[in-house]
Write a protein that binds this ligand. Structure first.
Ligand code: SF4
Length: 284
């Protein structure tokens, strides 16, 4: 983190004010979350965690990663892999800023080389409060922001000088699919703006963009790869093949099956055709 503990406290206070008229993601609901759940994410102003631990399953440059699994989400993906805690909010633990700070210090003591917040954007202010307290106690690991690609520039600006590595999804190259399958309007415009702001802050060398291949080309990999390349050809793009039809995927015939090798190969070819220079497949 480039900011001092005092500056992070100030940033957290600035961020908290956003809960009263929430613009913390590209839904831009502008609702008051200080009196309880509201907006598209149906979140209040508390932080709920599903778990935390040192994890080795991320891209090689990130491991061992100090994973912090945040409850709730600003997206509503019909095939969410983590729907139990992201959408159904099962097994969550309310976590105060001081408790989050202890957890971060504990992850550092266990050998994590970063603090990797998974789906954190909707509770950004609460996370900054925990980071500020941790920084008071000497915590200095790089912060990884592992998010859905549907951020707002307003929210991302609150992270400048705090996040070292952005790890956004680039889920769709097609707005109709994004709306039907994740409940997001104008996803591609938000993704483009988010990626541009992230690159501005940390540089392409500190960006890993993940694209989960969906069956039947429904995520429009050609379009999404072109969109990424228009922002930067230098970012790392990780094409992921592990899609499984979980949660409510069976209700949507197009995503009711896994992906085949040809579909993964087509997404990789689309990335290469778009001129992206750093393409991984399943992290390798
Ligand atoms: S985080 Fe996003 S979805 Fe949730 S209330 Fe704020 S703008 Fe709406």
């Amino acid at each position: 983190m480039k900011l001092s503990p005092r500056e992070i406290h100030a940033r957290a206070a600035e961020a908290r004010a956003h809960y009263a008229r929430c613009d913390l993601c590209a839904h831009l609901c502008r609702v008051d979350r200080t009196n309880g759940p509201a907006g598209a994410c149906q979140e209040g102003d508390g932080l709920f965690l599903a778990g935390a631990g040192v994890h080795f399953g991320e891209e090689p440059r990130l491991v061992p990663s100090g994973l912090i699994l945040v409850g709730g989400c600003n997206l509503a993906c019909e095939s969410c892999e983590t729907y139990e805690f992201s959408l159904e909010r099962r097994g969550l633990r309310k976590t105060s800023p001081a408790e989050l700070a202890s957890l971060l210090i504990d992850l550092a003591a266990k050998g994590a080389k970063n603090a990797n917040f998974v789906t954190p954007t909707h509770v950004l202010p609460a996370i900054l409060e925990g980071l500020a307290i941790a920084a008071d106690h000497g915590f200095s690991l790089p912060v990884v922001w592992n998010c859905g690609g549907y951020e707002s520039v307003e929210a991302l600006r609150l992270l400048e000088g705090i996040v070292s590595i952005y790890l956004p999804d680039a889920k769709y190259g097609d707005d109709a699919a994004a709306f039907e399958l994740s409940g997001c309007k104008s996803y591609t415009a938000a993704l483009r703006e988010s990626l541009a702001e992230m690159v501005r802050q940390v540089g392409a060398e500190n960006m890993i963009v993940r694209h989960l291949v969906l069956p039947g080309g429904v995520a429009s990999p050609e379009k999404v790869m072109r969109l990424i390349a228009e922002v930067s050809r230098e970012v790392v793009v990780n094409v992921m093949s592990q899609y499984r039809p979980v949660y409510r995927a069976a209700r949507f015939p197009v995503i009711a099956r896994g992906v085949d090798r040809d579909e993964v190969d087509a997404a990789v070819a689309a990335a290469n055709d778009a001129g992206l220079r750093n393409v991984l497949v399943d992290g390798i």
